[in-house]
Design a protein around this ligand. Structure first.
Ligand SMILES: [Zn+2]
Length: 207
């Protein structure tokens, strides 16, 4: 059974016509190297601009993937199962949109199937990854994951919790090493029924 996929502002398409060339991107990295006081012509750095651009291609590949298409195949042969489906401890690495420095954490994602309609378990970590591989705030990332699952699955409820360390806080400025930021987003039953919300929080070990 195919879910009806709701288009949202989260499904952004990059502007390919104005995209800088790979050479321009590599030149920008070389400029940054010179700006921090390096000599881009020394042997160890000769290949660095090329490597950085290649790494960025992977780390920010989420702009060229359509999250809704990951969830467009659902199935209902689950013997009438309609209780919570929870994926705990999904590792993710994202980058903060303010400093382009890593955000490293874990996502816990749960939904309550509607009419026994479920999605392949591997699809949930892929959703987390597509949004994580963009520049993010933790708040927006949390909301985007919950929103797309709510929209695409028509679930009775969706709960998302992210626990993450922000390297821009750990490595610079106030240096709050080891501190984690927790964000949550609840839709449907998880928002309206406090006992269901508590059950989710207990299962993820937050309560
Ligand atoms: Zn930051």
């Amino acid at each position: 059974m195919d879910a009806i996929v709701r288009k949202t502002s989260q499904t952004m398409q990059p502007d390919e016509t104005n995209r800088p060339s790979r050479e321009e991107a590599e030149a920008a990295v070389e400029t940054l190297l010179r700006w921090i006081g390096e000599d881009p012509s020394r042997e160890g750095l000769l290949d660095t601009p090329r490597r950085v651009v290649k790494a960025y291609e992977e780390l920010f590949s989420g702009y060229r993937q359509e999250p809704a298409s990951i969830l467009n195949r659902t199935f209902d042969e689950v013997a009438g199962y309609d209780d919570m489906v929870l994926l705990k401890n999904i590792d993710f690495t994202s980058h903060c949109e303010h400093h382009m420095v890593p955000i490293i954490g874990k996502a816990h994602v749960a939904y309550l199937p509607n009419g026994g309609r479920v999605v392949g378990l591997s699809k949930i970590p892929r959703i987390v990854e597509v949004y994580a591989r963009r520049l993010q705030t933790q708040e927006a990332l949390t909301e985007q994951i919950a929103g797309i699952i709510d929209g695409a699955l028509g679930a009775r409820g969706v709960a998302v919790m992210l626990e993450a360390e922000h390297m821009c806080m750990s490595m610079r400025g106030i240096r709050t090493k080891g501190s984690t930021t927790i964000t949550t987003s609840f839709y449907g039953t998880f928002r309206d029924d406090k006992s269901e919300q508590t059950r989710f929080l207990t299962m993820v070990g937050a309560k």
